[in-house]
Design a protein around this ligand. Structure first.
Ligand code: BGC
Length: 635
């Protein structure tokens, strides 16, 4: 199913129910990560509060309007007039999923767009540059031609922090190339229920994965120092408990009209919230993450984005977070029906910057009123702006001798073979081999004939999943420069091997082996909430057609989560869970044809049936089809 969903309309119409170890050393070393000491990581960057002397001087010169502007983040495609950047002293802009430059989607257009906006910010009295944010959640995934990494669900199966760090470094470099300086990543959610459409954004169901891999991603994005011109500001999200919502509490209905999980209520004791969902924040704060995004969800009936206990009490006071909080897209609007009151609640709870994202004048004016009426104390505004400016100083943005514009020399390596090589390594290590009867895998490269089937065998869009060029992603040729599985097979086998293909798996008779590539089609956020994770009928047909030819069958599954695969497993000889691997399909064939042994271990427990969901490691009577951590390899 290819869907084009307008994100703004979707959010506006739905959400407003108020109240409601085997790694290639050369690659890693080339990226400067092989130099770690035996003690592990070097100390995180210097504390953000060490910039407070400079921040205080600047703050003392700022008007209230200039301060509120710093706290305002507008969606670039909602700017009514580009001069509004100066008029409202905007501190930040974002491109949400699918928000491309007006000039089209290309590396050059993105760079010109960001530089153009930055030049407007430099025309303001205080010349404070913008933070420009984008959802670079698996590579710089909004930009055509960027290398797309596996989504976090796959990276979780690598269990390899160094590799995750190197992937984040590459992402940061591609983000920087366009002039964007802030990635809304990593997502350190701990998804506990696979019916949730955002399951693939998390590293896995166990908090240890969010803790270790989230930290690694922050170190990769921000490098050792936010002032490094190749680093970008990271954003741990979505604080907190987004992956722990209770079924039936979603803030809106999915396309089937069902209220499942997304943006729902996390009904959990504080001890469990801390044990499961807080872990990724403890480690990313320790690693020096400069921004954190509070979540849409509620915790025991209270919206997180309005919770002083969570934002100020736990995150800032207890964990000692010195960076700033950016609200999620229109999340503040959900706190209560009266928008002005909602702004007051959120800012007083500790929100520092608001992803408005469309009606920025209204937000600006309402917050101004709230301060003038004494409903939001000046001290809170000063604290919020201090936190934002700390980050801007740490990033070198306030350094007059350094330009905040893009370094276009980085265009040379954007989407380069070197970058793709890192993603390919991530793909290899993320694959989980679930079944391998009679040593079906690895395949010989010299077989006489291979038949390739399944709707996703030659579909880069399905391979990349959601958050790829468009918010929801889309099937088909969504981005150039990648390798589909069919193409990767053709690239791998000997010149004498005949590769035939058919989407429905028919015509396989006489082949030595059949490879069927099936699975989910792209979705993002609540649009992907499902209460049935059965394989699609066309996928079952493709497997059956292959099997009827009487040949060994290898199934490769693209999915953002475990699916119900019992029947399919019974009908094939080998089964590989490939998750959403991104553009580098060659990483899949590297394993299928035995150049690399599979090492991936499940980041989620694999359920036997829908009735078993939610199922998580450590549950009483834990009896999944495959346990958390399962993964076969070759002899
Ligand atoms: C998502 C965030 C994302 C933001 C900006 C929201 O809908 O929940 O993960 O960073 O949009 O695109």
């Amino acid at each position: 199913m290819t869907k084009k969903i307008n994100r703004r309309q979707f959010i506006e119409s739905s959400a407003l129910a108020a109240g409601a170890t085997m790694f290639a050393p050369t690659i890693i070393e080339a990226l400067g990560i092989g130099t770690r000491t035996a003690m592990g990581y070097p100390a995180a960057q210097k504390p953000l509060s060490s910039y407070d002397r400079q921040v205080r001087e600047l703050l003392a010169r700022m008007t209230l309007e200039e301060k509120i502007g710093q706290m305002t983040q507008a969606e670039q495609d909602a700017l009514k007039d580009v001069n509004d950047i100066q008029k409202y002293f905007l501190g930040s802009l974002l491109s949400g999923g699918g928000s491309d430059p007006k000039a089209g989607n290309s590396l050059a257009a993105w760079t010109d767009m960001c530089d153009g906006y930055q030049e407007h910010a430099l025309k303001t009295r205080l010349r404070i540059p913008l933070l420009y944010g984008a959802d670079a959640v698996h590579g710089h995934n909004n930009v055509l031609g960027a290398v797309m990494f596996p989504h976090n669900v796959g990276l979780g199966c690598t269990r390899n922090p160094k590799l995750v760090e190197s992937a984040a470094r590459v992402t940061a470099e591609e983000v920087r190339a366009t002039g964007v300086n802030w990635a809304f990543a990593p997502c350190v959610t701990v998804p506990r229920d696979e019916r949730w459409g955002r399951t693939y954004e998390g590293f896995g169901e166990a908090p240890e994965l969010a803790r270790t891999l989230g930290e690694a991603a922050v170190r990769g994005l921000q490098r050792d120092d936010l002032g490094d011109p190749l680093s970008v500001l990271a954003c741990a999200k979505h604080f907190v408990g987004d992956g722990g919502t209770t079924i039936g509490t979603a803030g809106f209905a999915n396309p089937e009209g069902k209220h499942l999980l997304d943006q729902g209520d996390t009904q959990l004791s504080e001890a469990d919230l801390r044990k499961i969902h807080l872990q990724g924040y403890i480690s990313t704060v320790k690693a020096g993450v400069g921004s954190i995004m509070p979540s849409y969800n509620s915790w025991n009936g209270v919206k997180v984005s309005g919770s002083r206990r969570l934002l100020t009490g736990i995150l800032k006071q207890e964990l000692g977070f010195e960076g700033f909080l950016i609200s999620d897209y229109k999340a503040v609007n959900q706190i209560t029906k009266d928008y002005k009151e909602a702004i007051g609640i959120s800012i007083n709870a500790g929100m520092d910057m608001v992803m408005v994202p469309t009606d920025y004048e209204q937000f600006f004016n309402l917050l101004l009123e709230l301060v003038k009426e004494g409903k939001v104390p000046m001290a809170r505004i000063d604290d919020a702006v201090t936190r934002i400016l700390r980050v801007k100083f740490a990033m070198g943005l306030m350094n007059k001798s350094r330009s905040p514009l893009a370094d276009r020399r980085l265009h040379k390596t954007f989407g380069s073979a070197k970058h793709r090589q890192v993603a390919r390594e991530c793909v290899r290590q993320s694959l989980v081999l679930l079944k391998n009867e009679k040593r079906t895998l690895p395949l010989s490269k010299k077989l006489a004939r291979i038949h390739v089937g399944g709707k996703s065998a030659d579909d880069i869009g399905n391979q990349c999943g959601g958050w790829t060029i468009e918010w929801q992603g889309k099937s088909g040729e969504v981005t150039p420069g990648g390798t589909t599985i069919l193409k990767a097979i053709q690239n791998t086998v000997s010149p004498a091997t005949k590769v035939t293909s058919s989407k429905d798996g028919s015509g396989a008779g006489g082949a030595d082996v059949g490879i069927v590539v099936i699975g989910e089609t792209p979705y993002a956020e609540g649009v992907g909430d499902r209460d049935d994770l059965a394989l699609a009928a066309e996928d079952v047909t493709a497997i059956n057609n292959m099997k009827q030819a009487g040949i060994p069958v290898v199934v490769v599954l693209f999915s953002g989560r475990p699916m119900i695969i019992n029947d399919a497993l019974g009908r094939c000889d080998a089964f590989v869970a490939a998750w959403l691997p991104g553009t580098e399909g060659q990483g899949v064939t590297d394993v299928l044809f035995g150049d690399y042994k599979p090492t991936g271990k499940l980041s989620f427990s694999w359920p036997r049936s829908m009735a078993q969901i939610p199922i998580n490691v450590g549950d009483k009577n834990y009896d999944p089809l495959f346990k958390y951590g399962f993964g076969l390899t070759f002899a």
